[in-house]
Design a protein around this ligand. Structure first.
Ligand code: MF3
Ligand code: CO
Length: 273
């Protein structure tokens, strides 16, 4: 998409309160997923669960029909990086699946994602999941006034690529969020400290590291959406909606409820070998 520069929009406190409602609705939906997810379930079933849940809450999907996207969620399994179509293949023990979802509530978008582990996965995969989630929080720590976008980018790249040797996807980036799903600025997961737009108070960003176990290279399938790793190795995606503040960024979405449901779900029974 081509956009003019200097289109960064800052939100008022009351707008941020409304955006928090939208982000939290996504968190609550992902919590419903965490409660019932288990091997044997299909991603189409998850899509229906999410579509029904947000409808009940008077929200609409940000993704459905966005540039022709045909589903409510993106369900990206194993080597699918992002934008996987829900399908009728049962999830298996040892799979990892990123569920990414957006809603519009009272005119404001929430957009966030969580990668779930189904049963026993290799320790290397578990580490990729852990490091990617950590990198998201390391990026969020830099989302304070007078830092720059590149400070967030670098923090993510440092933790994943420089310290752990993973591949940071270059083709896809995070973004500003508001009345549109994708606002300025772009929010890459790689970059240099002290570069890029300066962060001002009440900029809302969707920060979303997409991190590959192997190389950074990806390709898009014939369907025009599904992004996969070139080397076929797994990829992990986490996304939070974050508001820039003076001393400490405000995270609008909430992993604590998803994590609690994940822990309580004995069918997930995440472990490693
Ligand atoms: N979180 C992704 C993004 O912000 C999801 C977009 S999927 C689409 O780009 F269907 F909406 F394109
Ligand atoms: Co996003």
């Amino acid at each position: 998409m081509t956009r003019r520069n200097n289109m960064i929009l800052y939100k008022t406190e009351s707008e941020i309160a409304q955006m928090k409602e939208a982000a939290l609705l996504v968190s609550k939906t992902l919590t419903e997923v965490a409660k019932v997810l288990q091997p044997g379930m299909t991603t189409l079933q998850i899509d229906k669960l999410c579509a029904d849940f947000i409808k009940e809450k008077q929200a609409i999907s940000s993704f459905l029909n966005y540039r022709g996207y045909p589903f409510t969620i993106c369900a990206s399994v194993n080597d699918v990086v992002v934008h996987g179509f829900p399908n009728d293949a049962p999830l298996k023990n040892g799979d990892i699946v990123s569920i990414d979802m957006g809603v519009i509530l009272n005119g404001w978008h929430g957009d966030h994602a969580y990668t779930f582990i189904l049963g026993e996965v290799p320790v290397e995969v578990l580490n990729l999941v852990k490091v990617t989630k950590e990198s998201l929080y390391k990026g969020i720590e830099k989302a304070t006034v007078n830092n720059r976008i590149g400070d967030i980018s670098y923090a993510i790249q440092e933790h994943t690529e420089i310290k752990n040797g993973y591949g940071v996807v270059r083709e896809l980036v995070g973004h500003g969020l508001g009345r549109s799903l994708h606002e300025d600025p772009q929010m890459p997961n790689y970059g240099k400290r002290g570069t890029g737009p300066k962060l001002k108070e009440n900029l809302v960003l969707a920060i979303e590291p997409m991190i590959n176990m192997g190389t950074k290279d990806v390709y898009t399938e014939e369907d025009g959406w599904t992004v996969r790793t070139r080397d076929g190795k797994p990829s992990v995606h986490f996304e939070h909606d974050v508001c820039v503040k003076k001393n400490k960024a405000l995270i609008l979405s909430d992993y604590s409820i998803i994590e609690a449901a994940e822990k309580a779900n004995t069918n997930l029974n995440s472990s490693y070998y």
